[in-house]
Design a protein around this ligand. Structure first.
Ligand code: URP
Ligand code: ZN
Length: 466
């Protein structure tokens, strides 16, 4: 099967040119002007952007959490992703306490098997080195294509690991070609603040943010950076929300340390006042780290523009407001943490980032696709449009207007964080490995089409290319 995408503006992290993309089988074969080739399918992309498929390095599909399970499985979550121009994501396989890492990976692979509509990989979340997995076993995962070890410094009693574990796993990452990842919030102090708030009857959603102040994100981020430095490990800080942790990452990167950070779409748009939405509406915005004072939003835009932060993910962790978030109606500490977002990232960042002049189109591609591919061992198979790369391509109409609403989203969640937001620019067509996956508002593949991607080890090439 061959596909010719004719006459669009082809945008990569480095270039922007009008031309044709010719795909043979699963890969891009030729790029040029007015290519003289025959194709089984010809797509006229005149006036459209032809972008590398977006890659989301941070999602939680079918994840048991907060006394329930996230509402999107690999079919609904990935369908939302495909409609939003995301062609590959890296989800988290979580090691339960007492479980081996292999068992955790098998469990998560089974969730995706036969259900996937886009390509996917897994990070492993390390929770326990005492009774289940060992460091030795963890060290074998990069050979299985799982080349990132995540640890959470938050959620005491659930995911939180101590500094000893942090250090040992980081040392292992350095030895085995994995990228260490951290959720940077000081979970010990947060636990004290949460228990105190609950005991004093301060139970509304707003206390979620008030018990997780930005200083505790900055402290944990800086601690992880220093520990990674001693361990000699590359470090990726997930969902950075505030000046305190941006500053810690900026200092490390200015010293040329192997430190990278991401933020998520929602932190540019939602601030802590949203938690006061009446009738328990604030629960929609309960996720961690929490929404912050609005003053942090320009800090985040500046950080993504200047390469202090390298990627924008979604942290898609979708729940129903009615039936799941309501578990915490009388106590904010029982509200499942997380929100949907997989479908909206590209259109939101294109509109408020590119249309409003905060970042260039090339930088958008880098933040939503190329950098994640480079950091997580997917590049140049994914994350760019080049001969030999997987033909994961989004044809994006930069002039199409769209009002974002839960009523037409593909996530199973019953709300949308950006409800009613009007954007200019939306996805026309999504191709994965040369196959049209979304077109004309329809999903064109069956569950099972998406493939597990074995990711390459974290490499020297990237360290020197920063
Ligand atoms: O609130 C969130 N973000 N839920 C998902 C787990 C995590 O902390 O990333
Ligand atoms: Zn997350």
């Amino acid at each position: 099967m061959s596909v010719l995408i004719r006459g669009g503006r082809i945008v990569t992290a480095a270039d922007s040119t009008i031309g044709d993309v010719y795909i043979e089988g699963e890969r891009v074969s030729l790029i040029g002007e007015q290519l003289d080739v025959d194709a089984d399918i010809v797509i006229d992309a005149t006036g459209k952007l032809v972008l590398p498929g977006a890659i989301d390095p941070h999602t939680h599909l079918e994840m048991p959490f907060g006394g329930t399970v996230t509402i999107d499985d690999f079919t609904s979550g990935q369908t939302a992703a495909a409609f939003g121009g995301t062609t590959c994501h890296v989800d988290f396989a979580i090691q339960s306490k007492g479980q081996t890492f292999t068992a955790a990976l098998d469990e998560w692979s089974a969730k995706a098997s036969g259900k996937a509509v886009i390509d996917y990989g897994f990070h492993i979340i390390v929770t326990d080195l005492e009774e289940g997995g060992t460091l030795e076993e963890l060290g074998t995962l990069p050979d299985r294509g799982v080349t990132s070890y995540k640890m959470l410094m938050a959620y005491k009693g659930v995911f939180l690991v101590d500094d000893e574990t942090l250090f040992k796993v980081m040392e292992l990452a350095a030895r085995t070609g994995a990228l260490a990842m951290i959720h940077g919030e000081n979970g010990e102090v947060i636990d004290v603040l949460v228990r105190r708030a609950v005991a004093e009857g301060r139970l509304e959603p707003r206390y979620h943010a008030l018990t997780r102040p930005p200083e505790l994100e900055g402290e944990a981020t800086n601690r992880a950076i220093q520990i990674a430095r001693v361990a000699g490990a590359p470090l990726y800080v997930v969902h950075v929300t505030c000046k305190e942790s941006v500053d810690a990452i900026r200092v490390a990167r200015a010293k040329n340390w192997d430190v990278w950070g991401e933020t998520c779409t929602q932190y540019f748009f939602i601030d802590d006042t949203f938690l006061d939405e009446p009738d328990f509406g604030g629960a929609k915005y309960v996720f961690s780290p929490p929404v912050r004072d609005k003053a942090n939003q320009p800090v985040l835009w500046d950080a993504v523009r200047t390469d202090v932060l390298s990627a924008i993910s979604t942290d898609h962790c979708a729940f129903l407001l009615d039936g799941q978030k309501t578990l915490g109606r009388d106590d904010f500490s029982k509200i499942p943490n997380g929100a949907p977002g997989l479908e909206d990232r590209l259109r939101m960042i294109h509109h408020f980032g590119v249309n409003e002049g905060r970042i260039t189109l090339n930088r958008m591609v880098e933040l939503l696709s190329t950098n994640a591919a480079r950091l997580f061992g997917l590049y140049p198979k994914k994350g760019t449009i080049a001969p030999g790369s997987d033909a994961d391509i989004v044809i994006f109409d930069p002039n199409r207007k769209k009002t974002i609403t839960a009523a037409d989203q593909h996530s199973k969640s019953d709300y949308n964080l950006f409800e009613g937001t009007e954007v200019t620019g939306d996805v026309d067509t999504t191709l994965i490995r040369g196959t049209v996956v979304v077109d004309g508002g329809e999903l064109k593949v069956e569950p099972g089409f998406g493939q597990f991607v074995k990711r390459a080890k974290f490499g020297e090439e990237l360290r020197s290319a920063r």
